[in-house]
Design a binder for this molecule. Structure first.
Ligand SMILES: Cc1ncc(COP(=O)(O)O)c(C=O)c1O
Length: 353
């Protein structure tokens, strides 16, 4: 591999973040959320590094859960969206996956199977996000028909934990009212709730984004360190005259003689095509600005003002020294989306510093 573009994945930072999040919710058990290829970090690197630090994992669907089993993960695995058809419940049972029941079809699928063949379940309550989850009446009815044990977990998901305490409190109380009446364990906290709202910790927390070292919007967590750093090196340099333009569509034009560095990373590597002129790029530890439209394999950067640069100089697109949230905020994007969209083309290299 000679192309210098890669994402390094700092497994020590990952483990420290996991421990720090656990320390903030010391009385709760913890599922680390590793869906979408561990938020783009590479499930095969992340899951083994986290497996002794929590009480299990959560993923979106059964295929992701089975992939974890194939990696040798033996801890509990929660399937957050539950099954897509009845056959998946048998598969979940076979692989010892815990399935969330989140709608009435899933309830019907589950009730149609012989009790001995049923996978473990969590029950999801819709407390106001109106995306997934059962009504309180459906859960009461299910509880009466199946005699779930007290170890059953009732969970919900917050719509606004990064910004609205009022909505979060309302959702939390709705969960607690039903959970207490049924005597079930409870889970609600995603990363922003875990960091901002201790009352949401309950029996189980479910952090994702923060484990990867990214404080979600509205949270302050200086003790978390970015796990992924996307790096490359300058491929070529050219000097252009004032008035010349750069890249497809000529969206950036020089207002003075300018030095343009070309970096071998593009939208096919996960660098967002919508990134605007001026997006910060760290070269030799100094901030330069994206100049011109992002291509499939390349970007161009105005390095006129950052001192002498040479072909081969190091470039950081985001990571340890340039949080992904800065790139996201500059471009009105979500850091979650930038990470989750990184394709397999970008090599992930584990480092254990
Ligand atoms: C049901 C559920 N729980 C927990 C999480 C983790 O959220 P975060 O990445 O904000 O910690 C997610 C993420 O989307 C989710 O869908």
């Amino acid at each position: 591999m000679t192309r210098p573009t890669k994402a390094t994945i700092d497994l020590s930072a990952l483990q420290q973040n996991a421990q720090r999040l656990r320390d903030r919710a010391p009385n709760s058990r913890c599922l680390f959320v590793v869906k979408a290829d561990a938020y783009g970090h590479g499930i095969e690197l992340v899951a083994p590094a986290l497996q002794n630090l929590g009480d299990g994992f959560a993923v979106a669907h059964c295929d992701e859960g089975i992939a974890l089993r194939h990696l040798g993960i033996e801890q509990p695995i929660l399937i957050l969206e539950g099954n897509f058809d009845a056959n998946e419940l048998a598969l979940a049972h076979h692989h010892n996956l815990t399935v969330a029941l989140t709608n009435s079809t899933q309830i019907a699928d589950y009730l149609a199977i012989a009790p001995a063949q049923r996978p473990a379940i969590w029950l999801k309550l819709d407390t106001g996000m109106h995306r997934l989850g059962l009504t309180a009446a459906e859960i009461d009815d299910f509880a009466a028909r199946t005699h779930q044990s007290q170890s059953t977990v009732l969970f919900t998901h917050f719509s606004d934990a990064d910004q609205s305490d009022e909505r979060t409190e309302l959702q939390l109380q709705t969960l607690i009212n039903l959970g207490s009446s049924l005597g079930y364990s409870m889970s609600a906290a995603n990363s922003p709730a875990l960091l901002r709202y201790p009352a949401t910790h309950l029996d189980w927390v479910r952090p994702g984004y923060a484990v990867y070292g990214n404080p979600p919007t509205g949270t302050d967590a200086p003790d978390l360190q970015p796990v992924m750093t996307v790096q490359s090196r300058i491929h070529s340099l050219r000097t252009i005259a004032a008035g010349e333009c750069v890249g497809y569509g000529s969206t950036w034009c020089a207002n003075r003689e300018s030095v343009i560095a070309t970096i071998p990373i593009g939208y096919a590597d996960g660098y967002p095509r919508s990134a605007q002129n001026g997006t910060p790029v760290l070269i030799n530890g100094r901030i330069a600005e994206l100049a011109g439209r992002v291509s499939m394999d390349l970007i161009t950067v105005d390095v006129t003002n950052i001192g002498p640069v040479m072909v081969g100089d190091p470039v950081e697109l985001w990571g340890k020294n340039l949080p992904v949230s800065v790139i996201a905020d500059y471009n009105d994007l979500s850091g979650y989306e930038i990470l989750a969209r990184i394709p397999k083309r970008l090599p992930r290299i584990a480092v254990d510093l």
